[in-house]
Design a protein around this ligand. Structure first.
Ligand SMILES: [Zn+2]
Length: 308
């Protein structure tokens, strides 16, 4: 008998509190790790060290930071570069890496839709998270073909009649984009497989479910700003200062309360509110990429496996 979503999410949370990362299966289903010893977080949030380097068609996906080396599909016919585009800005290497990664991504996330522009790629995909949930997590990913621009993603809970932004915990200021890992810790970087990024976002959404249902963010977290910690971290969550052994109430909370000025608190609440841009919210309803123009070409993903 399969446990219900709440039981599943509770168990995932208990594992994450012990530094054990869950396993992401095809269609973005998150399940507790059956072999906790094989996948542990080493110090930093969301670092996923795993033995597997490829994802079986129906099995769990455990990713490493190594490139997949997938054979990839032939890239669709390109339009000629417009006169204004600069070859030094647009990275052909990134474009090629992301396009090669689409095959794996479409197998793992059968709802995947991808759009290509000469400067960027947009991906849209849904994660089941847990069977019987009654909603899915809808993600938009923006992958610029430039190493100087940040890769961003947004998440929404989706039902037939609703789109609800997933936040504001662990999203970026001010655009509400997903903050699923520390950019500096090497978890994922530009040119890495898009499927690995979707897996990270999928687990991030599962943690949001835990927050919604059980009132606390499970597992280690990085929240360097004291004002943000005061406003958002619950007493029984791990502290966000980089100490991954103590709960907030036993770590920085007393100092945060004593040292943080009212100005810093006002700054956090008044000037750093997070929300997705209107174009992103509209895109979530239309299920099209933001700023869709004739220039932005849908990418054929070839033969997509039927959703199981
Ligand atoms: Zn602390």
């Amino acid at each position: 008998m399969n446990p219900g979503p709440r039981t599943m999410i509770r168990e995932i949370g208990e594992q994450m509190d012990r530094g054990v990362f869950p396993v992401v299966y095809n269609r973005g289903i998150v399940r507790p790790n059956e072999a906790p010893g094989s996948s542990s977080i080493i110090g930093l949030e969301m670092r996923h060290e795993a033995a597997g380097s490829s994802r079986p068609a129906t099995g769990p996906w455990q990713w490493s930071s190594r490139r997949q080396g997938a054979p990839g599909r032939p890239w669709p016919a390109r339009r000629s570069r417009s006169a204004g585009a600069s070859a030094s800005v647009v990275s052909a290497q990134l474009r090629s890496a992301y396009s090669e990664g689409l095959t794996d991504c479409a197998q793992a996330y059968p709802t995947l839709v991808a759009w290509d522009h000469e400067h960027e790629m947009w991906l849209m995909a849904e994660s089941v998270i847990a069977n019987g949930l009654g909603r899915t997590a809808l993600f938009f990913l923006h992958l610029p073909y430039s190493r100087t621009l940040r890769v961003r993603g947004w998440g929404f809970w989706k039902t037939a009649v609703s789109r609800t932004w997933i936040g504001s915990r662990h999203t970026n200021f001010p655009d509400g984009s997903i903050c699923a890992f520390e950019m500096t810790d090497g978890t994922w970087g530009p040119g890495d497989p898009p499927v690995a990024l979707l897996d990270l976002y999928t687990v991030w959404a599962a943690r949001h479910l835990h927050l919604e249902w059980f009132g606390r963010w499970p597992g280690f977290q990085s929240v360097p700003q004291p004002a943000e910690r005061i406003c958002e971290i619950r007493d029984d969550e791990f502290c966000g200062c980089g100490n991954f052994t103590d709960l907030y109430r036993d770590c920085c909370k007393p100092d945060d309360l004593r040292k943080t000025t009212s100005g810093e608190m006002i700054d956090f609440w008044g000037f750093q509110r997070r929300h997705p841009p209107l174009e992103i919210v509209e895109a979530a309803w239309r299920q099209e990429p933001p700023h869709l123009t004739a220039e932005l070409q849908p990418i054929s993903l070839g033969t997509q496996p039927a959703a199981a």
